[in-house]
Design a binder for this molecule. Sequence first.
Ligand code: 5GP
Length: 184
Amino acid sequence: MITGPSGVGKGTLIAELRRSIPELALAVSATTRPPRAGERDGVDYYFLSAPEFQARVQAGEFAEHVDYAGCSYGTLRSELDGKAAAGGAVVLEIEVQGARVLRGALPRATQIFIAPPSFAELRARLDGRGTDDPEKIERRLEVAQEEMAARSEFEHVVVNDHLPRALAELQGIVRSRLPAMLEQ
Ligand code: 5GP
């Protein structure tokens, strides 16, 4: 379970991690956020309309779901059960509130918090990514302040100061836990 503020580089780190450790399957989340350029339905997210998302909440299909910066995000039970049943170790990219919920449901999950080197750096990355308008960036930064305060709740904190270094640290944590993850 990999968490941390928006813009910290979770997605890039997870993509690199999966390239180096192919046994890791990604639990694809559902969201009501519109796709960004290059994002594919069923690969990056399951992109749902708000009524579709609500219907699936009502049907109990989510292991957790949250409202985040004006959109809904959630982890589908089918992603966790299906991918674990297929014998894989599952990696989840999730914000802090959802990680708290899943921590209760999945007590044996490895919990990793990715932190930015500084708040100024996080702002610079969100601005530089160019995927969100200024108002959305401000909302993400407000949430990030709270998320940063939660870092000490997590078993491992990896500071994404330099991608190759942070990746090596993340690989070390995941490789050490992989045998136990594949057994679960
Ligand atoms: P983004 O819109 O930048 O893709 O994601 C916004 C935030 O939602 C990120 O912190 C991301 O990790 C988080 N997120 C993605 N999928 C899920 C999910 O299934 N559940 C929860 N709780 N958060 C998610």
